[in-house]
Ligand binder design. Structure first.
Ligand SMILES: NC(=O)c1ccc[n+]([C@@H]2O[C@H](COP(=O)([O-])OP(=O)(O)OC[C@H]3O[C@@H](n4cnc5c(N)ncnc54)[C@H](OP(=O)(O)O)[C@@H]3O)[C@@H](O)[C@H]2O)c1
Length: 256
């Protein structure tokens, strides 16, 4: 039974793991036995996550690069393949929204969000798939959002990028399934992370409570509440699951 969730001998890259949900998922995957490569742009945050994993007795290393920098992202994947021998699991987590309405967002602000939340994930998945396909085993896990399914007024670019990411997930799953690579997404609802795009929402007690009441569970998610979904999708337990999105939103999207 434990073999279903064991990641012993696997190497995982988690982008945007210098804090927040990425940090929590990195720790969860490492506790299942994977060597986790922690990415972000901020060296101090990467070091903090790496130290947390090492202190927990896990295998970890850090690699700072901007996921939107094509040359650096490609080089990072190649370096992991060379130095660690293989990259088996890619968690495309780095991303954010800018809370701009369609009316107020400039073209540049639209492009920035599409670039980080969609284009960068495409390029990383494409590059990582090469080694995975060669070895006949791989897991690509794209971190989407409940905003791919239901919208708020202030984030047309983010909704579009995350919906695109789920479309890309299905297409890559169909393309690479026969080659042993599964591609899935996780769509979190509103999660309590130390500081992120939703910090202003959470700082307002009325809004914080409104979002909690929108869920079936009547609360925000905790940062470590994607751990089960990511470990499931990364291991052999999900061998026959591909092209799907696991919604982890406390029931927000099924509630009227
Ligand atoms: N928290 C939520 O409620 C929620 C809900 C739905 C979906 N999500 C999705 O979950 C993911 C993580 O969200 P979060 O709340 O944990 O965000 P967060 O706390 O703001 O963390 C974002 C992470 O991404 C990194 N990052 C941002 N841009 C990057 C880039 N261009 N290259 C490399 N790293 C980059 C940041 O590190 P550096 O600053 O070091 O670069 C940081 O580690 C995002 O894709 C987000 O859209 C979050």
């Amino acid at each position: 039974m434990t073999q279903l969730f064991s990641l012993d001998g696997k190497v995982a890259l988690v982008t945007g793991a210098s804090r927040g949900l990425g940090r929590a998922m990195a720790l969860a995957l490492a506790k299942c036995g994977a060597h986790v490569v922690i990415n972000g742009r901020n060296e101090a945050g990467i070091a903090q996550t790496r130290d947390t994993l090492l202190k927990a007795g896990c295998k970890a290393s850090g690699m700072a690069f901007d996921t939107t920098d094509i040359a650096k992202a490609d080089a990072a994947i190649d370096r992991i393949e060379k130095e660690l021998g293989h990259l088996d699991i890619l968690v495309n987590n780095a991303g954010y929204g800018n809370a701009k309405t369609a009316t107020e967002a400039t073209n540049a602000e639209w492009d920035e969000i599409i670039n980080v939340d969609l284009n960068a994930c495409f390029r990383l998945a494409k590059r990582a798939s090469v080694g995975m396909i060669k070895r006949g085993w791989g897991r690509i896990i794209n971190i989407s959002s409940i905003n791919a399914h239901i919208a708020r007024e202030a984030n047309a670019n983010y909704c579009a990028a995350k919906a695109g990411l789920e479309g890309m997930t299905r297409a890559m799953a169909v393309e690479w399934g026969a080659k042993g690579v599964t591609v899935n997404a996780i769509a979190p609802g509103y999660m309590m992370t130390p500081e992120n795009m939703d910090t202003p929402l959470r700082a307002d007690p009325e809004k914080r409570e409104w979002f909690a009441q929108r869920t079936a569970l009547k609360r925000w998610g905790q940062a470590d509440e994607l751990d089960g979904a990511v470990c499931f999708l990364a291991g052999n337990a999900s061998a026959y699951v591909t092209g799907t999105t696991i919604i982890v939103d406390g029931g927000m999207s099924v509630k009227i």
